[in-house]
Write a protein that binds this ligand. Structure first.
Ligand code: GLC
Length: 733
């Protein structure tokens, strides 16, 4: 071989361009992940394996330093990348480079009914997590909205399993496109915060399968989520974070989940169960904050020394450990050992724009008499903005989803920039009282004077924008406690009534993650259901109110007139929050949300799927491609929608399905398809829905399987679960 070629080969090898043959398989990116997993596993000692499956700090696991397998770093949460934590204390690390973009709460994302926006959401938040060197983003949460008091509903995607399933898949895919793992939580049945760490849920297999599991199933089977977080609560007497049926049989068995099942922080209670029932990473045990006040207690973890000892004594099988370590290694190869993954970006204008567009599309126009909205610029000289939620930062508090943001535009600021500061006057109107997040807020003792000042201001104004609702204080929309009443807090109802007495031109903007009672609804011409909108809250809100944006959100949950009209609540304490033994019997069973309101004929004040626009849409005739279907068929429904109004807008057309003569109780209607269509003024579009016949099934507890009964099915197309515009029937043979 002449010397030139040998020089070339030598330089290629030394330059690393040619795959060095001496690379161990687990480091060789030309090998497939499973080969690399097996090779890495074969090189690890027993102690190194055990080190991989539990925390080493508040938000990280150890990895394997000797083999160069990195630590796994995790961060909350579903709405943005949380500020850096101290190594082993529930305190912040006071970094100065971790102020993030706050995206809207997931309930707002669900209200957009726009899966493509969900993908953008996931990609953007994943870029921020990647930039912050986090390998796992601890979200999204998809626990079903069972009761309007649950402190964490704002972190989830509403009351309907189909909506949550369609919206969660693209979010996961968006996050993971960055080489960051999403973490689907809290698996499962974590539908209340009251006594969350010990409540035992009893629910029928059918309701489990039809209501509470579908969004998790979609996240795993379609979203290909790389990690799942077990919940604190029990199900049928066993803790969900090490639950044989939920994890081994369903998640890892039926659904073939190949990722990591991690605990919630402090949700583990037993070494043998954790070893044998599918827990792969133990987090948050025995550290100050959530559980025992023991700092750096990592050797005491259930899956640390106690597990190691039982393995060494042969009391627990090595296979239980190897399966966990395989899954953790797989997570590493998908994230921090993938050299090809992107680099991410952080707190950019692009991310702020994504946050703003989601907020704009999620705001729901509940009521708008005499086109009171939009308030076009110049229409009024003096606009009174009243209410603490017009100025209160809502990205802090709320529990583990709290954020430290680069910016948060308040509704007042947004309105001032749209209408001009000279046309806006503000009065706080009510107060929650100061707390450590908001030391500057007026004390509750000032309530009377705040209310009187606001009413006076309303009297002198041309129109009033009232910003109320809930907030992220403990006992409101916040982790670890539920709200204790359905009413608006801090005397808001009285304040609204008094404002209406002096100024009929009053609109109410509710900011919350839960339904609230609205005793003043008949006297208020316009109501917006708004959300925790994040960094761009004020800009999105002002653009909707001014008509720069035409609202297109639809309610992801029902708003009952009164709490007793909610299914779960109507069965009393044993149903929610639980009986003396802290067992919560889900007695409403499959009739959650609109399924309850429809079937029990208890109209909601505002129904699931409801949302108005500044324009009007007319629906054409709904038709099906066949009159008779076989079980293997896919149903094809088509119709036209026209924008009859003068402004462009978007409408989410929903398809609900009802079986005529089921052998078991079935809801009158169940959401089985939806499509958001954007229409210019005067434009008509054809819409086609495809529904596999198998999606019409119910879960048969005797057959332990999904069953489609030969019967007549009716397909309802609607602008909400109540506003049905047309229907068509067909038979399934
Ligand atoms: C909290 C939450 C969970 C969060 C975790 C880490 O208790 O339940 O959603 O991701 O602990 O903060």
């Amino acid at each position: 071989m002449n010397k030139y070629i040998s020089v070339l080969l030598f330089s290629l090898c030394t330059s690393g361009l040619v795959a060095q043959t001496n690379l161990p398989v687990y480091l060789d990116e030309t090998k497939n992940i499973e080969e690399r997993v097996e090779d890495a596993l074969s090189r690890m000692t027993l102690e190194e394996k055990v080190d991989m499956i539990h925390a080493q700090s508040k938000f990280s696991t150890k990895g394997c330093p000797r083999l160069g397998i990195p630590e796994i770093w995790m961060s909350d949460g579903p709405h943005g990348v949380r500020m850096e934590f101290a190594w082993d204390r529930w305190e912040y690390a006071e970094w100065t480079n971790d102020s993030c973009t706050a995206f809207p709460a997931l309930t707002c994302l669900a209200a957009t009914f726009n899966p493509e926006l969900s993908r953008e959401y996931g990609k953007a938040i994943g870029e921020e997590a990647r930039y912050r060197k986090k390998d796992v983003l601890l979200g999204p949460g998809v626990n079903i909205y069972r009761i309007p008091l649950n402190g964490r509903n704002f972190e989830y995607m509403g009351e309907d399993p189909y909506l949550a399933s369609r919206m969660v898949v693209p979010y996961i895919q968006g996050v993971q496109s960055n080489g960051v793992s999403a973490c689907l939580k809290h698996f499962a049945l974590n539908n209340q915060e009251t006594a969350r760490e010990r409540v035992n849920v009893e629910v029928s297999e059918r309701a489990l399968r039809e209501i509470y599991l579908p969004a998790f199933k979609a996240g795993v089977e379609e979203g290909k989520v790389w990690s799942v977080m077990g919940s604190y609560n029990k199900f049928r007497g066993q803790y969900c974070s090490h639950h044989k049926y939920l994890i081994q049989d369903i998640l890892k068995g039926e659904w073939q989940f190949d990722g990591v099942l991690m605990s919630d922080w402090g949700s583990i209670h037993d070494t043998r169960e954790a070893a044998m029932y599918g827990l792969d990473i133990e987090m948050g045990t025995g550290t100050d904050g959530l559980t025992q006040n023991t700092s750096s207690a990592y050797r005491n973890y259930y899956l640390a020394d106690p597990y190691l000892k039982q393995l060494q004594q042969g009391k627990l099988p090595m296979t239980s450990l190897d399966d966990k370590v395989r899954r953790v290694l797989r997570l590493c190869f998908r994230t921090n050992m993938d050299r090809e993954r992107p680099y991410g970006s952080f707190a950019t204008q692009e991310h702020a724009d994504v946050a703003r567009r989601i907020a704009e599309e999620g705001i729901v126009l509940l009521k708008n008499e005499k086109s009171f909205f939009p308030i076009v610029r110049g229409k009024y000289k003096k606009i009174a903005v009243i209410g603490q939620n017009a100025v209160r930062p809502l990205t802090v508090g709320g529990g583990s989803s709290e954020l430290k943001v680069k910016k948060e535009v308040s509704p007042l600021e947004g309105l001032q920039s749209v209408y001009g500061e000279g046309n806006i006057v503000f009065s706080m109107g009510y107060t929650s009282g100061p707390n450590n997040f908001h030391p500057q807020l007026p004390p509750v003792s000032a309530s009377d004077s705040l209310r009187q000042a606001a009413v006076q201001l309303a009297k002198e104004a041309d129109m009033v924008l009232f910003f109320g609702g809930l907030n992220k204080d403990q006992g409101q929309d916040c982790e670890s406690a539920d709200r204790q009443s359905y009413e608006l807090p801090y005397g808001q109802d009285q304040l609204i009534q008094e404002i209406l007495k002096v100024n009929k031109n009053t609109a109410v903007i509710i900011i919350s993650g839960n339904a609230v009672s609205m005793p003043w609804i008949k006297d208020v011409p316009t109501v917006l259901q708004s959300w925790y909108l994040g960094s761009e809250a004020g800009n999105a809100t002002a653009r909707v109110i001014s008509g720069d944006v035409n609202p297109s959100g639809k309610l992801p949950f029902s708003i009952p007139v009164k709490l007793e009209d909610n299914g779960a609540y109507s069965f009393g304490k044993a149903s929610y929050p639980g009986d003396e033994s802290m067992t919560a019997h889900y007695k409403e069973d499959i009739l959650v949300g609109y399924r309850w309101h429809d079937t029990k004929k208890i109209p909601a004040l505002f129904p699931f799927g409801h949302g108005l626009s500044y324009t009007q849409f007319s629906y054409g005739k709904l038709s099906s491609d066949k009159k008779i279907y076989q079980e293997k068929d896919t149903i094809r429904l088509s119709m036209k929608v026209t924008n009859k109004g003068t402004v462009d807008g978007a409408e989410t057309v929903q398809i609900y399905v009802g079986q005529s003569h089921p052998s078991v109780l079935r809801p009158k209607k169940e959401l089985k398809a939806f499509k958001k269509v954007f229409l210019s003024s005067g434009e008509t579009k054809d819409i086609v829905f495809t529904i596999p016949v198998k999606n019409l099934a119910f879960y048969d507890e005797k057959a332990k399987d999904w069953v489609v009964e030969p019967d007549r099915f009716t397909f309802f197309c609607g602008a909400s679960s109540v506003d049905i515009r047309d229907s068509v029937s067909a038979d399934v043979e």
